[in-house]
Design a protein around this ligand. Structure first.
Ligand code: AMP
Length: 396
């Protein structure tokens, strides 16, 4: 089976052609500068091709992708008929979507309804969906939502303690993000542990970071909220904050709400504390060279992640398994060690040698650790491809 995975942004579109059974990616690439001029970067058959192609809308971008996939030299398939289905990444499913689903007119209307909750991403995701429908009208399209995995959270986790009218009228609540990644590593953890009745905390630590508390494969709580700004500090996002901080800086510096949110989303996090970079590699280098602000940024990040792990162990009533994934979680042994420091009381004991691993599935806890600690590289594209294939096969 060939599944085309599409992640459409406002001026870009990422794609992969994948076999959902083997996870083999036969081609992948990126359309950039849509609406400006247009550039396609395509990787297949062991080589990279860059082409400037006019892309006045997402439609021309999709057409360029399909053209290169069937190109006799750079392509990997003979005809677009060999694409069995398209899986679209969609940011916000609001309270409309509890799972991935085959796209029809009702689904499009419901994604549109969620635009106030995901004002930057959902319109772009819809443009990608409509462009695919226009150029491949008989190919099934599936929407996979970043929020869906977290929809099993109970009200105690998802309700905000603010007047009920905002929940009832405006759907303001915790949603959580990175759901496709949390779903993938949960599925792998259950497979690797050989049982589904585990109390699990997933740490997706990358440029954006989120944790989830999972019981019996179902999400019970997650650190991001109505938007991805909540939770632990991130590359450039503040994470959890007293909302009065926003009021203070807006009043004192004459900032609008949008300017303040921009500061909290783009100029905060470990970038702000380190004063050096949002990239954890640069910060680790800075700390190793004696920069105290970099050391504080790493300690602050580890401290907040550790606090979430502790609170989720309390929420779950115990902990069997702790998973690290995404750029930092998969690659930074020192950050994993920093986070797990002082978690022995919870039964988390890392093995320093086993922890010396990067980017592959491995147990990193000591043999006598009560909690099994894993590194599980995430694969959101594979999860999208598998969800898409399952839905399309079931509908046959
Ligand atoms: P992601 O958003 O999942 O792509 O993760 C990006 C983050 O992972 C960046 O901050 C990188 O610096 C970080 N990262 C990648 N490799 C390493 C590494 N070997 N050590 C520390 N951080 C890393």
């Amino acid at each position: 089976m060939n599944i085309l995975i599409i992640n459409a942004g406002s001026s870009s579109l990422k794609y992969q052609l994948m076999d959902p059974e083997t996870g083999v990616v036969s081609a992948k690439g990126l359309c950039e500068r849509i609406y400006i001029d247009g550039r396609l970067t395509h990787n297949a058959n062991g080589k990279k091709v860059v082409k400037d192609i006019p892309m006045p809308t997402h439609s021309e971008a999709i057409q360029a992708v399909l053209a290169i996939l069937v190109d006799p030299v750079d392509g990997v398939i003979k005809s677009t008929d060999e694409i069995d289905a398209v899986g679209h990444r969609v940011l916000h499913g609001g309270m409309e979507f509890y799972d991935s689903c085959i796209i029809n007119d009702e689904v499009i209307a419901a994604i549109e309804k969620c635009i106030p909750l995901g004002p930057l991403h959902n319109p772009a995701n819809l443009m990608g969906i409509r462009a695919c429908q226009a150029v491949m009208p008989s190919t099934p399209q599936v929407a996979v939502f970043d929020t869906a995995f977290h929809m099993t959270m109970p009200p105690v986790a998802y309700r905000y303690a603010i007047p009920t009218e905002y929940y009832k009228n405006d759907s303001l609540r915790r949603y959580g993000f990175h759901g496709t990644s949390h779903k993938y590593v949960t599925k792998r953890a259950i497979e690797l542990m050989g049982r589904s009745d585990i109390k699990l905390v997933n740490c997706h630590l990358g440029n954006g970071s989120s944790l989830s508390a999972v019981k019996d494969g179902k999400c019970q709580d997650t650190s991001m909220g109505l938007t991805p700004l909540a939770g632990v500090p991130m590359g450039t996002r503040s994470g959890d904050l007293d909302p009065a901080v926003a009021q203070f800086v807006m009043n004192k510096y004459g900032m609008s709400a949008d300017e303040c949110l921009n500061m909290l989303n783009k100029k905060s996090g470990v970038l702000a504390i380190s004063g050096v970079s949002s990239d954890f590699r640069d910060i680790e280098e800075g700390a190793a060279a004696g920069n105290e602000d970099c050391a504080l940024a790493l300690d602050k990040f580890a401290y907040e992640v550790r606090k979430y792990i502790g609170s989720y162990a309390a929420a779950l009533g115990g902990l069997d398994c702790l998973v690290f994934t995404a750029g930092v979680g998969e690659n930074s042994a020192s950050m994993r060690a920093r986070i797990c420091q002082n978690l022995e009381y919870l039964g988390v004991k890392l093995d320093p040698e086993k922890n010396n691993v990067r980017g592959k599935e491995a147990i990193i806890s000591a043999d006598d650790s009560k909690v099994t600690v894993w590194v599980i590289p995430t694969n959101e594209e594979l999860m999208i491809a598998q969800d898409t294939a399952a839905l399309v096969n079931a509908a046959k």
